[in-house]
Design a protein around this ligand. Structure first.
Ligand code: PMP
Length: 382
């Protein structure tokens, strides 16, 4: 129950173990082509151009920045934590002048009016938004922020690494110019794939560049014809695709689409609400400051008074793996629980039970069973 790599379905794992074909074998070309079509549907972006390349979420961020941004461009980072800082670093490496619009406190997001004012003052070419910041479990209001980007003619890039296919995101309807993620979280595939969908304005910005992209590996000049070839079911080569990961991706995307995006978003929301109800019933406080910034894919929970980070080990001994803190300012004060992908209601109840066992062993005084009861009551009401 960490925020990635998450648990993967048995069918996905079986695809990982299939005999590896050539990247230009007819059966692989068909699967890659299907996977690209499915990516478009999962991102709810019928007009978008998908890119699926070997790499991680950080590579997806780098690919987005390197293709759209040129030295001297202004960029606004809507900063909700650790991974927003990472985007700023990547943008700066591309020569952008980066301004941060910081949340007033760790666990919050900047307000819409603060972002609106920053966009008006800076008139940036791009704005980045971390959909769920994995260090804080804070979800940004992506729909509202994207509308502000549109208003100010700023390209909106959404880092959905801890969100896409779990949190509601409707790329075309909301007007997001580029959304990106990695395979190992709500997409449900072992680590190793970077996934991006670029909308028409993002592709136009790339085409209007005055200078070449500063890295060959992430250059869309190389990758665009490859993506187009596989979708047209034609062999092509730039850099060797991660063959088994693509097989696995296609399996997982089919599972996601069979569930249906609306049902999937609602399931993640319902499981998150139940988990958070369990935590609250134990008297624990969350790092995100208000329910309207709670992520559906992830929870960040403060250790109660008298309990320290050894709780993570005690929960592990009770059979559930959770993650420690990540935000540099608070690292020692909280732990994180991911609930995305194939996670079920039973996983939520079992996780709250393991947290109760850990807390009891740590000497924390609470009403035993209250967390499990609250989570279960919430699940049965949903
Ligand atoms: N952005 C967010 C929101 C993330 O959670 C992560 C990974 N935890 C990344 C970017 C970087 O992804 P990766 O570790 O796959 O490079």
């Amino acid at each position: 129950m960490i925020p990635g790599p998450v648990e993967f379905s048995p069918e996905v794992m079986r695809a990982m173990g299939m005999p590896t074909t050539s990247h230009v074998a007819a059966n692989f070309i068909e699967i890659y082509g299907q996977a690209l079509e499915h990516v478009r549907k999962v991102f709810l972006s019928p007009t978008g151009q998908p890119f699926v390349v070997p790499g991680t979420g950080t590579l997806a961020m780098e690919m987005a920045a390197a293709n759209i941004v040129e030295a001297g461009d202004a960029a606004l980072v809507v900063n909700t934590g650790y991974f927003s800082d990472r985007f700023a670093k990547i943008l700066e490496r591309q020569g952008a002048t980066v301004t941060h619009c910081h949340a007033r406190a760790v666990g919050d997001t900047p307000s819409a009016s603060e972002v609106d004012a920053a966009l008006g003052a800076i008139r940036p070419k791009v704005m980045t938004v971390t959909h769920v910041d994995t260090s804080t479990a804070v979800a940004a209001h992506v729909k509202e922020l994207t509308a502000l980007g549109r208003k100010h003619h700023t390209l909106v890039i959404v880092d959905g690494v801890c969100a896409t296919a779990g949190e509601e995101m409707r790329q075309d309807e909301w007007g997001i110019d580029l959304a990106l993620t990695a395979s190992q979280k709500a997409i449900g595939v072992p680590p190793g794939l970077a996934l991006l969908v670029a909308g028409p304005r993002a592709i136009e910005a790339f085409r209007k560049r005055t200078r070449p992209v500063g890295s060959v590996y992430v250059d869309w000049t190389e990758w665009l014809p490859i993506m187009q070839a596989y979708e047209a079911r034609k062999p092509s080569y730039f850099a060797t695709p991660a063959v088994n990961l693509i097989w696995a991706l296609n399996v997982s995307l089919k599972e996601i689409l069979a569930e249906g995006m609306d049902v999937r978003f609602a399931r993640h929301r319902a499981l998150s609400v139940a988990f958070k109800a369990g935590i609250q019933a134990l008297g624990l406080r969350q790092l995100p400051v208000r329910p309207d910034v709670y992520a559906s894919t992830l929870s960040a929970i403060y250790y109660p008074d008298g309990v320290d980070k050894s709780l993570v080990k005690l929960i592990d001994e009770a059979g559930v793996i959770v993650a420690g803190g990540l935000h540099p300012a608070l690292r020692e004060k909280y732990f994180r629980v991911g609930h995305m992908g194939v996670v079920s209601a039973n996983d939520i109840v079992a996780t709250v039970a393991a947290i109760e066992t850990g807390l009891a062993k740590a000497g924390y005084k609470f009403d035993k069973g209250a967390g499990v009861a609250a989570a279960q009551r919430t699940l049965l009401k949903e």
